[in-house]
Design a protein around this ligand. Structure first.
Ligand SMILES: [Ca+2]
Ligand SMILES: [Ca+2]
Length: 123
């Protein structure tokens, strides 16, 4: 799961401006679906998806499930990702720090404040 996510992130980051910035809209769907926030497309991420991805990643790095990930135990390529979450810089990322970081990072990245991250927004 984590690998898949990282691969997705990497792919999207590398892809940069993808062609599919516009979602084919409504017209084709006859069902009266209630529209809330911008519907996440295949390439965009809702806060829930974003959070879930980060939680999955955290869980995989926390095999003993004590809700703490020690940066020293991480392979270097993950260390950078987790270091950004380490608000008090004690070289450990707690579950609380993860949740806080996820919320902040999503808000920062969601430039048009539609509650969804489009590929162009997380570059
Ligand atoms: Ca910490
Ligand atoms: Ca957005």
């Amino acid at each position: 799961m984590t690998k898949a996510w990282l691969a997705l992130w990497a792919a999207l980051a590398l892809a940069g401006c993808s062609e599919q910035t516009t979602a084919p809209d409504a017209a084709a769907s006859p069902s009266p679906t209630r529209k809330t926030a911008a519907a996440p497309t295949k390439e965009s991420l809702s806060i829930e998806q974003f959070r879930q991805g980060q939680r999955d990643s955290f869980a995989q790095r926390d095999p003993e499930s004590d809700n703490v990930v020690d940066l020293a135990t991480l392979p270097p390529r993950y260390r950078k990702q987790f270091k950004r979450m380490d608000a008090d810089e004690d070289q450990r990322v707690t579950r609380a720090e993860l949740e806080q970081s996820v919320t902040e990072r999503f808000a920062l990245a969601d430039k048009n404040k539609d509650g969804v991250l489009q590929p162009a927004e997380w570059k």
